[in-house]
Write a protein that binds this ligand. Structure first.
Ligand code: PLP
Length: 473
């Protein structure tokens, strides 16, 4: 049954004098009602127009709120039947603490549409050079010897501020460990948190290096299959004691884990005394609504270790990432860094700290986000119009890649091989998958990079890809 606006938010009135935007006030009111159980699973929400009229606000404001809640996993949107409340699990949690052209033609990666690749032509060379020059002039020693084993102190401060403002994670700079990328951070976390011979849960499909690291370190791997809400939660009675998740943006399929599933994982970790490693490799690239709260903010860094990266914002070759650890795990993670011989290069750290503290980082982030949003939209539109006869895409309005799910008569492996010969770096979905089915569909698809090429380049690359596909049919 569709609830009336007054049933659904009985005492809510927008506060126009508050500094919090009205759409965020609406989101907060819904989150509170859903978490407290006042709005039950599958309850249908009033139409956006009816709620807007009742509250005396613009319909677009209600649409923005609903879209944000869908992205956060509180609501589900179904074409033609409006919005309804998602399953939330039984856990009562504290609310998340969110406070919440292409240039000069140099450095061209060879492969078009390569997944996960930022466009290096957008690297902010001039602003970066200014930061480096300033440091060399004023504090040259900082570039060489001013960096501790676990990161430059100013960079750790800047990262702590970044994750607080963007991801709602409250941590002191001492809880931040700088690594040479999220990949190294994953290796360190597995080493510190999963005992030899223990079992680690990894998403299927997922980032292949996680499985590789776990196996190399002598840990067993348990595949966590995915459904529309996210990864499956292991039973607390099972052996699995550590899980590695991409809750903000599943890799490589896309889509955010539902709020209910996130809560179920937090409950699992509390009951099992297990650990969640949250791989938040590209969360800065959400193109609609506000950032989705990190899992680490939902459980207040209780049993979640958070991993971030600068690879997607700047360059895969900068090789800087970080771990934000619960207080009680800093020593174990630091020790794992020592034992694994992990250490991020000192030189770029001082420059990056300067870059962040002067606001250049956020200027750059705004710019690439705008361009990537345009490219992402263009790629989806083009696939929907020109490739509809051979596959379909789901638009998650986030991330750096898009999956084209292929019709059964096509083979993703055969196509990607032929595409490489034609200079196109798309990847086969099946190569990320252990199971033949993902979210109820055959694991047969192409993972296409949405950010590397501008719309004109995309158009040309997609025409070439289409010809490659025809040649393999
Ligand atoms: C899911 C996932 N995690 C981690 C990484 C690694 O990031 P980094 O380049 O910082 O090592 C990637 C890289 O594409 C990724 O896709």
């Amino acid at each position: 049954m569709v609830e009336t606006p007054r049933d659904i938010l009985p005492s809510f009135m927008p506060d126009r004098t508050s500094p919090t935007p009205i759409f965020e006030q609406i989101c907060a009111a819904f989150r509170e009602r859903i978490r407290s159980g006042a709005l039950r699973e599958r309850a249908r929400l009033p139409a956006t127009r009816a709620l807007a009229q009742d509250l005396g606000i613009a319909r677009a404001t209600v649409v923005t709120s609903y879209d944000q809640l869908v992205a956060e996993g509180y609501l589900a949107a179904r074409r033609g039947s409006g919005y309804s409340v998602c399953a939330m699990g039984d856990v009562e949690l504290t609310p998340p603490r969110t406070s919440v052209s292409a240039g000069d033609g140099r450095e061209r990666p060879a492969m078009l549409l390569a997944a996960g690749q930022p466009d290096m032509r957008l690297f902010p060379h001039r602003a970066w050079a200014k930061c480096v020059a300033r440091l060399c002039r004023t504090r040259p020693e900082d570039m060489l010897i001013g960096c501790g084993r676990f990161g430059h102190s100013e960079l750790r401060q800047a990262i702590a501020a970044h994750v607080r403002d963007w991801r709602g994670i409250d941590a002191r700079p001492e809880q931040v460990l700088v690594t040479s990328g999220a990949t190294e951070a994953l290796d360190i976390c597995l080493h510190a948190l999963a005992a030899p011979g223990s079992t680690v849960g990894v998403e299927d499909p997922g980032y292949p290096l996680i499985r590789l690291f776990a196996e190399r370190q002598g840990r067993r791997v348990r595949d966590l299959s995915l459904d529309s809400q996210g990864a499956e939660v292991p039973d607390p009675g099972e052996e699995t004691g550590v899980v590695v998740l991409t809750p903000s943006h599943q890799f490589p399929l896309g889509g955010a884990m539902s709020a209910g599933r996130r809560q179920a994982f937090v409950l699992w970790a509390a009951q099992r005394q297990g650990w969640i490693i949250e791989d938040d490799y590209d969360s800065e690239f959400r193109y609609a609504g506000r950032p989705i709260p990190a899992m680490a903010s939902v459980d207040g860094l209780g049993r979640t270790v958070y991993i971030g990266s600068f690879s997607k914002i700047f360059s895969n070759s900068l090789r800087l990432g970080y771990v934000v650890a619960p207080e009680g795990q800093v020593a174990a993670l630091s020790q794992a860094m020592r034992l694994r011989g992990a250490r991020a290069s000192a030189m770029p750290q001082a420059a990056l700290a300067e870059f962040m503290l002067r606001g250049e980082f956020y200027r750059h982030l705004r710019r690439v986000r705008r361009l990537y949003a345009e490219r992402h939209r263009h790629l989806i539109e083009h696939l929907r119009t020109e490739f509809a006869d051979i596959g379909h895409v789901v638009d998650h309005q986030a991330g750096m890649q898009v999956v084209l799910h292929l019709a059964p008569h096509l083979s993703d492996v055969r196509i990607t091989k032929a595409a490489r010969q034609a200079g196109i770096g798309v990847e086969a979905l099946s190569e990320f998958c252990r199971s033949a089915l993902v979210r109820g569909e055959a694991s047969n698809g192409l993972v296409l990079g949405a950010c590397l090429n501008d719309p004109e380049e995309q158009k040309a690359a997609l025409a070439r890809l289409r010809a490659v596909i025809s040649s393999t049919e």
